[in-house]
Structures are given as structure tokens and as C-alpha cells.
Design a protein around this ligand. Sequence first.
Ligand code: SF4
Length: 334
Amino acid sequence: MTPLFEQEGEAFRCQACAHRCLVREGRAGACWVRRIQDGRVVIPWEEVSSLALDPMEKKPLFHFHPGKSVLSFGTLGCNLHCPFCQNWTISQAGRDPRAERTGKPISAQDIVLIAQQQNARAIASTYNEPLVSLEWTAEIFRLAKEAGLATVAVSNGCATERAVECLAPVMDAANLDLKSGTEQGYRQLGGDLHAVQETIRELHRRGTWLELTTLIVPNYNDSDAELSSIAEFIASVSPDIPWHISSYFSTYRMPPIPARTPPERLETAWRIGRAAGLHFVFTGNLHNGAQREDTFCPDCGELLLRRDAFRILQNHLDHGTCPACHAKIPGVWG
Ligand code: SF4
């Protein structure tokens, strides 16, 4: 597909993410990977930083083909520069000299073939930001869907309408980060809360299966007020959107103390999500016996899916409905 750039005089305006960088000859955009060279647009194409078979639950997607595997690929680069990035060695390529510089060549066709050989149910663009490789990601998704595979993006959602228009027709599900409830919080990361919220609204409106993730970072986004504002926004789009609240551990540019999110904060975030009216709130790595990774029927409270980390221990769903009260459970169950 044609790269998502528009010529403005001698420069090119990128339309892949909310930065909308005006990129001049010999320079790159704020993601450091989309550039103009010799008068031509250069974008990530036929190169991965990583390729691995993951459980769907690791994306995390809990209400999308549970228990199935997904062939996951990442490229290099990101439009944000989060100091707590857990994949910074690939996401900060170009921006941070310590990050990786090159990937491994592979074609879109070969990625689809590997997914089929490994019995994956889906292909996911993940590990780094799919928006910086938007055109190639869309091409892989198109081929994957032709081959009968589902497609998934794990993104920060700091997109443009044009990017959503490009990806949504070939994308079945997304897990988007909702990293902060404030514009100021997003500015610290080089992002834009309004753009992320618009992406969430638009993908939901288009019927893409959506789950959202907030990494709970101490002293950054873990106040009750901020967690409430995040949860209330999600509920305003739909209380059926699953919210994953995950545990942070100190990495990259963050101070070593605190080393991780206190478990009580995750528990508080879970309660705030439920109080905001969200039907499905999940915590990662919280082993307190409170079944915070399980899905219960929002109508009658029946246990529907029991999980442990990325494994499905029990699945009681009856063709996507609750076996006790027959309520239809939101999700894509396969
Ligand atoms: S993807 Fe975003 S950061 Fe990268 S060049 Fe395009 S607008 Fe700029």
C-alpha cells in the first residue's frame, strides 16, 4: 500500500500517528524509523526484531480466542519514549544508542506461512509500536486474513484517523494501552491522551474487539483520582471492554525503587475499575487467591473462565454464553 505520507513542498507529512511529523530530506520523524531518503519515503518493511509463538492471554487478550496461540512479530521503533518501557531495546531503536539497530529480513508471506505451520490462530503486531510499521503490518494482516487467520495489534493507540482507517478493515482485535488519565501524563511520554481516547472510541464504533491495558506505575499514574478517571473513560465507551491492570517493575530509565507496583495498589485499581461499572477487570501477577484473572458472568456471577498467568485452567462458556443464566458474554470466542 502507499505509505501514509503527504508531500508538503519539499518535505513529507507523516499521517501514521498523532505526531503528524513533517519530515525533511535526510531526516526521520519522532519515531526515528520513518524517514525521507533521496526524495523517497522509507518505512519499516520486511524486517522483524522478534518473532515468537505466544498464548493469546499474553497480549493480553482474555476475551478473544482464549487458549489459542498467536504468532507475534515486532519491528523496531516507537512514537513514544516511555521511561518505563519494558521492550526498550527494540522500541527505542534510533532514539537510544544502546537499543538494537537492525532486524532480521522476512517477507509477509513467510510470516503467514510460519503461523500456519505452527497452528497459530492469529498473527499479532506487538513488542514495539505497530503504528510505525503501519503499512507493512496492514499488508501482513491482509495476507493473514486471506489465509483464515485472525489479526491482532498491541498498540499505544496514539494514532490518526487515517491510521485507524488503514488498519481497522484488516484487524480483528486490539489491545491498546491507556497509560495515563491526563494529558500531562501523556506529554511526559511523548503521547497524546485525546488521540488515544479517539482511537479507542473509533475502533469500538467499528466493531474491532478491544481490550485495554494500564501498567500501574508508582508515583506516575497510580493515584485513586487518575485510576478513576481512566476507568470512568473506559466505562463511558463500554463497560464490556476488558481492562487489564498490570504490575510494573523498575526498568530502563526508572529509578530502582520502588522496584514494582505494590500488590495493594493493583487490588485498589481493580476495585476502582469495578466501582466505575466495568464488567471485566483483570490484574496481572497478583497471586492473592482473589481470582482477579478469571472471567465471571456479569449478570449472575457464574465462573466462566479460570486462568493462571497465561493458561486457561477451566472454560465453562457455552458457545459464548453463560451456562447458568445464558447471558451472551462479550468477546470473540471462536
Ligand atoms: S509514525 Fe509518528 S513519530 Fe513516526 S514519523 Fe510518523 S508521525 Fe512521526
